[in-house]
Write a protein that binds this ligand. Structure first.
Ligand code: SF4
Length: 64
């Protein structure tokens, strides 16, 4: 089963931590909310770190 990366933009507070950890995967859009630019842009371990570190726990994997 494939896993897809998601960001719950309703919960994102725009702290920028995920962008710092995995800048090729995440960016902050014009509203200052996290957006996924490339779910495979950085190593999976870095993505996992963003999931663990995001203060509002709004990043995660979902089954596709
Ligand atoms: Fe938003 Fe979480 Fe990224 Fe912070 S770490 S910008 S709250 S998705």
């Amino acid at each position: 089963m494939k896993r897809g990366l998601y960001v719950d933009q309703e919960k994102c507070i725009g702290c920028g931590l995920c962008v710092e950890i995995a800048p090729k995967v995440f960016t902050l859009n014009d509203e200052g909310v996290c957006e996924i630019i490339d779910p495979t842009g950085d190593e999976e371990s870095k993505i996992q770190e963003t999931i663990n570190e995001c203060p509002t726990e709004c990043i995660g994997w979902e089954d596709k």
